[in-house]
Design a protein around this ligand. Structure first.
Ligand SMILES: CC(C)(COP(=O)(O)OP(=O)(O)OC[C@H]1O[C@@H](n2cnc3c(N)ncnc32)[C@H](O)[C@@H]1OP(=O)(O)O)[C@@H](O)C(=O)NCCC(=O)NCCS
Length: 224
């Protein structure tokens, strides 16, 4: 028996919208075709056939099905409010991404915020736009968390992000704390009746009421 590969392959691409049959010189063409499909799905089911010549007859001798990932199509998730618990009169402006957290009565969350699992926010607290509140953060009552405030739970103390959440550390913000725009709050405790200046980086616990600012944040003065 004399089998000779004909030097081309048949590729059939299935997705919800298209069935195409093409002849390929090179498997790299698969990627080009996937890129150019209308309405491309994330993955394509590919039927790949090699054709061989047998005694001047065409014989289909090999057929494989496999999945090829279309790397040019992003995986899209919408922002969500999933499994959150809320008190009365809570307002959330979308788009914001909140999950498995608790917002007590009258909490306001501005747009483009993320509030993660286990976060608790007390009554009447306002979270302004673009703020990120990670796991292990608790915020008290009557607080003002300004625009773009970033909380941190992973200190990268072992040279980079730790996938092990047991290494993350908690932050507790007590009642009546106002945090200025663009401040970064490392894992600390901040006692009640404190103001944190805009752009500050809070690196240590604050145990005394007052106004704090700078990087690292230091006390400027008492609240009059
Ligand atoms: C921290 C803050 C409350 C201090 O206000 P203040 O008591 O009136 O302070 P002053 O403006 O008199 O400044 C006192 C000193 O602190 C410095 N300072 C003030 N705010 C600072 C800040 N955010 N970061 C670093 N230093 C700051 C001033 O430069 C000044 O320094 P100097 O004594 O060497 O000149 C205020 O500056 C601030 O940052 N507020 C945050 C407002 C905010 O983000 N609102 C969000 C909603 S829009």
């Amino acid at each position: 028996m004399n089998l000779e590969f004909l030097g081309y392959k048949t590729l059939i691409i299935y997705d919800d919208y298209n069935v195409k049959e093409v002849f390929l010189k090179d498997i790299n063409e698969v990627y080009e075709i996937c890129k150019n499909l209308e309405n491309p799905e994330e993955n394509f089911e590919i039927q790949y056939q090699k054709k061989y010549k047998l005694d001047n007859e065409i014989l289909l001798s090999e057929q494989k099905n496999f999945i090829i990932k279309n790397e040019n199509v992003p995986k899209l998730y919408n922002s969500t409010q999933r499994d959150i618990k809320v008190g009365k009169n809570v307002i959330i402006i979308n788009p914001s991404n909140l999950y498995e957290c608790f917002l007590d009565d009258n909490v306001f969350v501005g747009p483009f915020c993320e509030i993660q699992k286990g976060v608790k926010i007390g009554k009447n607290t306002r979270i302004q736009s673009h703020t990120f509140i990670c796991e292990l953060v608790t915020i008290g009552k009557n607080c003002f968390i300004g625009h773009g405030v970033m909380f941190v739970n992973d200190l990268f103390s072992e040279g980079g992000p730790s996938g092990d959440s047991s290494k993350w550390r908690e932050t507790i913000i007590e009642d009546n704390v106002s945090i200025g725009s663009n401040a970064t709050i490392l894992p600390v405790k901040i006692c009640k009746n404190v103001v944190i200046g805009a752009g500050s980086v809070v690196t240590k616990d604050i145990v005394e009421s007052g106004i704090y600012a700078g990087n690292p944040a230091k006390k400027l003065r008492d609240i009059k």
